[in-house]
Design a protein around this ligand. Structure first.
Ligand code: UT7
Length: 331
């Protein structure tokens, strides 16, 4: 009997209209366009403006796009897994709020907190649900409203992050396409380099924590950079080795968009030419859990059935990983 695989059968995405350019950031903090471009590759990022709007408001259009493309009603979705570190609220899970807003009345849902690796962790989890034979339609969302946790007076973090959402539908595939292998890793000792100081159970919100700006993302950029370069490149290479994949076999690398220099280092380690690497960091910045599905969204029309694709990410936690999938349809 042919093993069931879980294949992506549709991709949706959403980015807010507002573009925060490097030029505008120059008016907010002591930085300049040249520094940002050369150190990160970012030119602009999208920001969700508007009172009362959160991550679910970006995820909803992304998921509805999937339903439209596949011609399915939201009531057919069985499970929604939402990767995010900027949920609408600490609880309940944003996945449930998305389900309610789109009318996915038959879906159960939960959130995955794995920062920039969240989409990969959620994708692998969702693929296992499909592979088990128990579920037929699982939606994976990667979304972050990073502008809600970024300190716009801190030039080392505010230049990097942006807002956006991407989503994919996982369905059964019997042709051997879909998610074929993943290597996922976590190391909590890295949490000291990238975290939010207050607002959790250790340090609940107080007037002092707000005044001390402890509800923003804290990052020691250089330390994270060093771990990210090594972690993302090593795990991608390991995934290739254990599946006997050469650079020629791979059609696309889909790397987390945190810094162009980290992307280049990963591509070099895999011996991949630039033309095979999806890069949209210049227009969206680092949307945390949103980067990987937003790349798939931007490139969907160029993807062909049978393409070998490696997705790779590194982020807070630390968390990192790589996933090999064979694309299941012509874009
Ligand atoms: O996605 C989640 C995981 N996150 C990441 O993967 C991010 C990894 N880290 C990075 O991408 C980089 O470390 C940053 C982009 C955050 C910073 O780039 P860097 O090349 O590591 O800069 P740095 O922190 O080593 O700072 C170099 C210099 C410093 O000045 P001095 O001490 O040499 O005089 C900084 O103060 O650049 C200065 N600097 C800036 N200058 C202009 C830091 N930020 C800025 C800025 N504009 N925005």
């Amino acid at each position: 009997m042919q093993k069931i695989t879980a294949a992506i059968t549709a991709v949706g995405g959403y980015v807010p209209d507002y573009k925060l350019t490097n030029k505008e950031l120059e008016t907010m903090v002591d930085t300049n366009d040249e520094w940002i471009r050369s150190r990160t590759g970012i030119e602009e990022r999208r920001i969700l403006k508007g009172e009362g709007l959160g991550s679910s408001d970006m995820a909803v259009p992304a998921v509805l796009e999937i339903c439209k493309k596949r011609g399915i009603d939201p009531s057919e979705i069985e499970c929604i897994i939402c990767a995010t570190v900027t949920p609408d609220m600490v609880f309940p899970a944003t996945a449930n709020i998305i389900a309610d807003k789109i009318g996915a009345v038959n879906a159960f849902g939960f959130d995955v907190s794995a920062a920039c690796s969240g989409f990969l962790f959620a994708l692998t989890t969702g693929a296992s649900f499909i592979e088990s034979g128990r579920y037929k339609k699982v939606v994976i969302v990667g979304v972050d409203k990073m502008s809600s946790i970024v300190d716009y007076s801190d030039r080392t973090t505010c230049i990097i992050f942006g807002d956006g959402a991407g989503a994919v539908l996982l369905e059964v595939n019997e042709e051997g396409n879909g998610v074929l292998d993943s290597i996922l890793k976590s190391d909590g000792s890295g949490s000291k380099y990238l975290h939010m100081k207050a607002g959790g159970s250790v340090k609940p919100a107080t007037m002092e924590s707000v005044l001390a700006k402890e509800h923003y993302a804290y990052q020691e950029g250089q330390a994270v950079f060093k771990f990210a370069v090594k972690g993302m490149a090593d795990v991608s290479y390991e995934l290739m080795q254990r599946n006997n994949l050469t650079a020629d076999d791979i059609a696309w690398l889909v790397p987390h968009q945190a810094n162009l220099r980290i992307i280049d280092a990963t591509a070099n380690r895999m011996d991949l030419p630039k033309e095979k690497v999806m890069i949209n960091i210049q227009k969206y910045g680092n949307t945390t859990a949103g980067t990987l599905p937003l790349c798939l969204w931007d490139w969907e029309s160029q993807l062909k059935k049978g393409d070998n694709i490696i997705l790779a990410a590194f982020g807070g936690g630390f968390t990192w990983g790589a996933t090999w999938l064979k694309w299941a349809y012509n874009g």
